[in-house]
Design a protein around this ligand. Structure first.
Ligand SMILES: [Mn+2]
Length: 415
């Protein structure tokens, strides 16, 4: 008899979610987005079957809404039926997006699916012939807003050979995510589980690699440009007092944002080459198609080529070429944060205030006074910083950075 169980842990599928904040005129992109959510679910099901797991855990937000579209519900039911046919049970909790008080017509979900109660933490014993028995503790959101520390209600039973907790929660006050079911890693540790299957945070993260192993699998398919990087689920092997979790990608489209430095680019060809090579780099780092946002940065002589119709035409041209490669890269948006290139020589001979500023800074550097000037200017700030935390200051660079920031304000646009 094996003393461990193998399972897949996924969360935050958000089936039925519209892909917000992206306008893709190309049907290859819109079609890919349309099926990406169900495709990720399909890949999770395939993984369960291929790896012959003991069960699947879904830690909340299977649906994006408490009144999910019938097509999302049907897709889910079909996936669950496939697992039922393969003899694989599913244990799931409801999250803040699909809480217990929602309207679901999923009453005909097959018998292999067990939805945890929202009244109290439930302990379900999973037993399979020839394998270790395993207690799965879970709880569902009764309604959208839960501000109690629910983790504190979880407790390992002395009879548990292996104990797993399934919870949709914000662990460690993570900013940018709703503060629902807030708790700390210490609360999770105190419950005595071997593995915590969390949901709620959409970026994959092994919160603790030591017992109890605590994992946010993230959304199996990134839902918007903020959910960049790889997305998937975890394949877990858990025994008494130990667990290992392996990330398995399931996304069919990836979101990325990249900063492209244009500072040593001078002409249209250079601009095109630089953007093309950024796309190429992104492609090489991805196993699936990418929807890319580009942020142009740096002081550049090519700045006039990076606005209006010129930029639109360039992006269309590069995108058309990128879409023909495999996997494709779709440029969703280019934001121009570049600043005008500075002609230091011309500014130094400017007769006005700008010239004075340039000459003063230059004289200070030439006379070796940069360090004492910066020290004096920052004295009131530095006096509050403890000795061991004093920053390492490169006075000359700091002075030039301050000069350039002032010039940005003084020389409006600069062209
Ligand atoms: Mn979610």
């Amino acid at each position: 008899m094996s003393d461990s169980v193998r399972f897949v842990h996924a969360a935050d599928l958000h089936l039925g979610a519209p892909f917000k904040r992206v306008q893709a005129a190309d049907s290859r992109v819109s079609d890919a987005l349309l099926v990406a959510g169900t495709l990720a679910l399909g890949r999770i099901v395939d993984l369960c079957i291929d790896r012959d797991v003991d069960f699947l855990l879904l830690a909340g937000d299977v649906f994006d809404s408490a009144t999910p579209h019938p097509s999302a519900q049907h897709a889910f039911r079909r996936a669950m039926e496939e697992l039922n046919t393969a003899g694989i049970p599913v244990y799931m909790t409801r999250g803040n997006h699909d809480p217990g008080d929602g309207r679901y017509d999923w009453i005909d979900l097959p018998d292999n699916v067990r939805v945890f109660s929202s009244a109290q933490v439930e302990r379900v014993l999973h037993e399979r012939e020839g394998r270790a028995s395993c207690a799965i503790h879970g709880w569902s959101f009764p309604s959208r807003e839960v501000l109690d520390n629910v983790a504190k209600r979880f407790r390992r039973d002395p009879g548990d050979q292996i104990a797993i907790g399934v919870l949709h929660a914000n662990v460690g006050d993570r900013e940018g995510w709703d503060p629902y079911a807030p708790c700390s890693v210490v609360d999770l540790r105190d419950a005595g589980m071997d593995y915590w299957a969390l949901g709620h945070i959409h970026l994959p993260e092994v919160v603790s690699a030591e017992t109890p192993v605590v994992v946010y699998p993230g959304s199996p398919q990134g839902l918007d440009p903020g959910e960049s990087g790889e997305h998937g689920c975890f394949l877990v092997e858990a025994g008494p007092g130990n667990a290992t979790a392996e990330f398995v990608p399931t996304a069919s489209v990836r979101w990325e944002t990249v900063e492209v430095d244009m500072s040593d680019v001078f002409d249209a060809q250079g601009v095109r080459r630089r953007i093309m090579s950024s796309c190429q780099e992104i492609r090489e780092g991805s196993a699936c198609p990418v929807i890319l946002r580009i942020e142009l940065a740096g002081r550049t002589a090519a700045r006039r080529l990076l606005t209006g119709a010129d930029l639109t035409a360039l992006v269309e041209d590069v995108t058309a070429e990128q879409m023909e490669r495999s996997p494709w890269v779709w440029i969703d948006r280019v934001t121009n944060h570049t600043r005008p290139a500075m002609d230091v020589g011309a500014l130094l001979s400017d007769p006005g205030f700008v010239g004075d500023l340039m000459r003063d800074v230059q004289e200070m550097i030439d006379a070796g006074q940069a360090a004492s000037f910066v020290q004096e200017a920052l004295e009131s700030y530095l006096s509050k910083v403890p000795t061991e935390a004093q920053p390492d200051i490169d006075a000359e660079s700091l002075l030039i950075a301050a000069r350039d920031a002032a010039l940005d304000l003084l020389v409006q646009g600069g062209e």
